[in-house]
Design a binder for this molecule. Structure first.
Ligand code: ZN
Ligand code: ZN
Length: 485
């Protein structure tokens, strides 16, 4: 690692206390998507104090913002998330599930670390530009509502990422690896059925059951499953049954559907067919249906050029430095959940070199996975992420960094409980350095950015980004939905 780069990375260590404090404060004030008022204010104040120019209310979203340093040269973006999950409140470092506040949210996806890791990377790149008097711009993007809100999708719809040359992000987790999994596009829709209430025994002929309509819609969709591409997904939840009295004809019922497909066009087709079924169900029952589009996100366009760059830096940057106390704490958490097949195990299965696979298998029981995983081959995953919408606008790469005990499930109370521990913050700062080092490499060698952009163009077939969220849809997560983790 050259002198300029290591000097820039030192800025992360110099600001360690501040960065860790911000992460802890976010952990202590968990807020759900689009309600991250405390987080947005804390970030904007911190960015200003660190010498970034802050733009609030980005894309008209009160909790979206950016912090910029520099005004020319290549634009490097870092994506920060900070929303928490409903119902996951948890006492810090406890070894059993104890809510800190009943039914309050908690940081079950580690986004208190995610945002600050990206901020730390931006701080190092700013230092690099300053020290070396080089052209270049670094932007930290404060992206709200990753969980169920597609905040970045709304930001992308407004053109927020259009001027970015390349962007980086990461996710806290149990391994150190480059993310090579494609994600799915998705749509989330709420179907509201409305009928007429009546006494179900005395005057059933006067009732029109919204619940019947909803059930018929679900049955229709079960038949549809045979006639859609095999790699699409149709999930649903009944979010309002209309009441609990069987003697009353239910005048209202509500279901939320989550549709996924790899290609955006498949999703448009699927959406159209599910809507036809919903309308058909309403017609059969003489009720009405209101189709409320909630949000959408695009599939992630993988960028091998940037993935290789991130892999190199995962291997070159000094490791997180977990000590015996971290390992001991991790072991205690491992007693709190049954050992099943983990994400680490699935990555090891993918390793082609038999010797390396064996070496990694031998380390499967380590309390924290300190090893850097080899660059995995590209494969199609089935989850979705709003990073997809950024990746259609500029080349993006993401890493995972070990911040928690091996095998801890995502979105669990254990993940919340360890979110303030030294192990979590060590992993966060390591991820920050890997992202910053990759950005600095790209600033030093413009060919990297050129090749990454060329790859994006090739993979999208030259198609420009089509926002999947219709222009009239406002960012929201309805309060009566998603109240359970
Ligand atoms: Zn999550
Ligand atoms: Zn997450």
């Amino acid at each position: 690692m050259n002198h300029q780069k290591s000097q820039a990375l030192d800025a992360i260590d110099r600001n360690r206390e501040l960065l860790c404090r911000v992460s802890d404060q976010l952990w202590e004030h968990p807020e759900v998507g689009f309600h991250e008022k405390y987080a947005a204010e804390l970030y904007c104040d911190t960015l200003e104090a660190l010498g970034f120019q802050v733009e609030r209310n980005l894309a008209g979203i009160p909790t979206a913002f950016s912090g910029t340093y520099g005004n020319d040269g290549p634009v490097i973006g870092f994506l920060g998330e900070f929303d928490a999950l409903p119902g996951l409140s948890q006492v810090e470092a406890a070894l059993e599930k104890i809510p800190a506040q009943e039914s309050a949210p908690g940081h079950g996806c580690g986004h208190n670390l995610l945002g600050v890791g990206s901020l730390a990377a931006a701080v190092a790149v700013k230092q690099y530009l300053q020290d070396n008097h080089l052209p270049g711009t670094v932007v930290f993007f404060g992206c709200p509502a990753e969980e169920g809100g597609s905040g970045k999708g709304f930001m992308a719809r407004s053109g927020v990422f259009q001027q970015v040359d390349i962007a980086f992000s990461w996710h806290p987790g149990e391994v150190n690896s480059v993310s090579t999994e494609g994600t799915m596009s998705n749509y989330q829709i709420c179907y509201h059925f409305r009928g007429v209430s009546a006494h179900a025994a005395m005057s059933p002929e006067q009732g029109r059951s919204a619940l019947d309509a909803l059930e018929l819609m679900n049955i229709g969709v079960q038949f549809l499953r045979e006639h859609v591409p095999t790699d699409t997904r149709i999930h649903y939840a009944i979010t309002d049954t209309g009441g609990s009295a069987p003697g009353t004809v239910q005048p209202y019922a509500q279901a939320v559907y989550l549709l996924r497909a790899v290609h955006p066009q498949q999703l448009i087709d699927l959406y159209d067919r599910v809507n036809k079924i919903a309308r058909g169900a309403a017609m059969m029952t003489d009720t009405t249906v209101e189709i409320e589009f909630i949000k959408a996100c695009s599939n992630v366009v993988i960028n091998t050029e940037l993935n290789r760059l991130m892999q190199k830096n995962l291997e070159q940057v000094p490791p997180a430095g977990f000590d015996e106390a971290d390992l001991e704490q991790a072991r205690r958490y491992q007693q709190t959940f049954p050992k099943g097949k983990t994400y680490y195990d699935s990555l090891v299965d993918e390793v082609e070199d038999p010797q390396m696979r064996e070496e990694l298998q031998a380390r499967a029981d380590e309390p924290i996975h300190r090893v850097v995983m080899p660059l995995a081959r590209e494969r199609q995953g089935f989850v979705s992420s709003d990073v997809g919408d950024v990746s259609w606008n500029c080349p993006v790469a993401q890493i995972n960094a070990a911040t928690m005990p091996a095998g801890v499930p995502m979105h669990s109370w254990q993940m919340v409980a360890v979110g303030k521990t030294p192990m979590a913050k060590k992993g966060m700062l390591y991820a920050a350095k890997v992202m910053a080092a990759s950005a600095i490499d790209a600033l030093e060698d413009p060919e990297i950015i050129r090749r990454a952009k060329e790859e994006l163009l090739r993979r999208t077939g030259g198609k420009t980004y089509q926002p999947p969220i219709p222009a009239e849809i406002q960012p929201k997560i309805p309060r009566d939905l998603f109240q359970t983790p």
